[in-house]
Ligand binder design. Structure first.
Ligand code: FAD
Length: 556
């Protein structure tokens, strides 16, 4: 953590130099000593220090300065750093004014000029003040701060990105905390820039306005481009299947890169509690599983890129991957592990209010914001059940909307039991959302009750949608064969009629998890016929690496 600051302000350059010299020689080891020749520039400096979350321990100001005297400067500075110790430097003639200031303007001490010898007239008193400060001050939050509003889709996207990538940050909702003096000051310091939300403030004093996850990724050191032009194995998608392939591939000596457009963990990363993954009898959160897998992969030297793959082509034995930013790299073996994404709910208002009360998936970052409110969860599968259990920790009430008559045909019994034992959760059967309403954010939803044929309109702040998922594989069209829903065909699917895939040139059939292009494999939920489970994704990702070794042993 940066050293706390001692700031002295004096318009007389000689006096300023002398006080800085004395402060530095006595306190330089533990504090950063700064000086300013005018109260106005000192106030600007304090605002900038505050943006960077620096701590200021002492403000020492000369009383006689032409445009703003010491007392008034210290009063202004107190708004920015209320905890800093405030002291005046005065001439003998100003003693009475200084004593008055101590009483009236909350100034902690005054020093008389000249202060020689400092060991007698300066340090003992400053030691006292600084000890006091050390004992009582609360260090400012020194990490990344995100300023935005709860109902802004862009703020939501950014917070979700940071949370899922395990980047710690402090969230400041500028509407909710508008009257908080610290927020007020931050907004005032940002001036007109405060309207370019979300604003991200970094500890090094830099900031990003209207920032996107990609910009923040770059700034926080997540790689967004490949470091080299060629890899033995490239994996697209960092869910359980991709992460398992990365760990096995790299641990077995393959130069491996993994491209993930949102956050490692994939769908599993959204799960609040995975209870059926072998070896974790008490369950574990998807975020935890993802974090451990990322550490494991990195330990074996996997390069992880925060980017979206947008195209592929083949050139002889090379498989070339294009990223959304236009950059490219190539590899010998390519593994597609892009899983599935939530199916959209087709209803008026849904697209407009997405991120502003309407969310797809777990909404881990939103759960806390829903404290005390009623939360609607749409869907009857395990993912909806897990989310309902998670929201029940914070929300006042959770309502699961299901089209069928109950959860029993779509959800595991262990989750149904947990839901039945949670009084905050209720199930609204025969119900489907037909429209969502609200100007700036979600305010109401219309629900069709299929048993009565009636539409009910109820107040709602948050709806979380879990209605099945589909792969998004358009970017592979024309190269990799897909079924009519976009899932990738592999191994036996491609030789079902006894022949080999069109354009296949090798003497062997495609391997079990290989697509119609030699050296391009598909694993996990994106694969046609896959079992949609964490363990099966992990299994496929691991097994595919064996086929990759066989493929690489023959590739020219
Ligand atoms: C809320 C929830 C709870 C669940 N609970 C359980 C459970 O308790 N037990 C269980 O066994 N299973 C559970 N599942 C299912 C399980 O999570 C999935 O089967 C598993 O995550 C599939 O892994 P995957 O690696 O194939 O794909 P995914 O997990 O879908 O990961 C695919 C990754 O690829 C990335 N990606 C996609 N396209 C691109 C691209 N073009 N460029 C770069 N990256 C891309 C995505 O961002 C994503 O991170 C749950 C799923 C959900 C949603």
């Amino acid at each position: 953590m940066a050293k706390p600051i001692l700031l002295s302000v004096d318009d007389d350059a000689d006096v300023l130099r002398a006080i800085e010299r004395d402060l530095r020689s006595q306190y330089g080891a533990d504090y950063r000593v700064l000086g300013s020749g005018s109260p106005e520039s000192a106030l600007d400096l304090l605002k900038q220090l505050n943006l960077r979350s620096d701590n200021v321990a002492l403000l020492l100001a000369d009383q006689r300065m032409p445009r703003l005297d010491g007392v008034h400067f210290l009063q202004e500075a107190m708004r920015i750093y209320p905890e800093a110790k405030r002291a005046l430097l005065t001439a003998y003639a100003d003693t009475t004014a200084a004593i008055g200031a101590i009483n009236e303007a909350s100034i902690h001490y005054f020093f008389m000029k000249p202060w020689d010898p400092p060991a007698e007239h300066l340090y003992p008193q400053l030691d006292d003040l600084l000890e006091d400060w050390q004992a009582s001050h609360h260090p400012a939050y020194s990490g990344i701060r995100v300023l935005g509003t709860r109902w802004s889709p862009r703020s939501y996207e950014l917070r979700d990105f940071l949370a899922r990538n395990h980047v710690p940050y402090q969230w400041i909702d500028v509407e909710i905390s508008a009257s908080d003096p610290e927020t007020k000051l931050l907004l005032e310091t940002l001036g007109p820039e405060a309207t370019s939300l979300p604003v991200v403030l970094f500890p090094d004093g830099t900031k990003l306005l209207e920032s996107t996850p990609a910009q923040v990724a770059q700034k926080v050191g997540l790689r967004t481009r490949a470091q080299t032009s060629f890899y033995d194995l490239a994996i697209i998608g960092g869910g359980p299947a991709g992460l398992a392939a990365a760990v096995y591939g790299a641990s077995e000596g393959l130069h491996t890169v993994m491209v993930e457009r949102e956050a490692p963990g994939g769908q599993a990363g959204m799960s609040s509690r995975i209870e059926n993954y072998l070896g974790f009898p008490a369950g574990l959160s998807g975020g935890d599983l993802a974090r451990r897998a990322v550490v494991q992969a990195q330990r074996f030297g996997v390069e992880i890129i925060a980017a979206e793959a947008s195209g592929i082509r083949t050139e002889g034995p090379y498989r070339i991957i294009q990223l959304a930013d236009g950059s490219e790299f190539s590899c010998h073996a390519l593994m597609i592990a892009t899983g599935v994404q939530w199916r959209r709910l087709e209803a008026p208002g849904i697209d407009r209010l997405q991120g502003a009360g309407v969310y797809y998936g777990g909404g881990a970052t939103e759960a806390i914001s829903c404290a005390g409110e009623t939360v609607y969860v749409v869907g009857g599968a395990n993912s909806a059940g897990q989310a309902a259990m998670n929201f029940a920790k914070y929300a006042g009430k959770v309502v699961i909307l299901v089209r069928g008559s109950s959860l029993s045909s779509t959800m595991s019994q262990y989750l149904i039991d947990q839901i039945n034992e949670t009084p905050k959760i209720s199930v609204w059967a025969h119900a489907s959302v037909t429209e969502v309403h609200g100007e700036m954010h979600l305010e109401e939803i219309s629900v069709l009750c299929s048993d009565t044929g009636k539409i009910e309109r109820v107040p709602a702040n948050s709806v979380f949608i879990f209605i099945g998922a589909l792969p998004r594989t358009d970017w592979l069209a024309g190269v990799v064969e897909r079924d009519d829903r976009g899932f990738l065909l592999t191994g036996p699917d491609l030789v079902a009629d006894g022949g080999r895939p069109k354009g296949w040139t090798l003497e062997r059939d495609p391997f079990l998890l290989e697509t119609n292009v030699p050296g391009i494999f598909a694993v996990g939920d994106v694969r046609h016929g896959s079992v949609k489970r964490v363990a099966s994704g992990v299994g496929e990702g691991s097994v595919a690496v064996q086929f990759i070794h066989q493929y690489l042993s023959k590739v020219q």
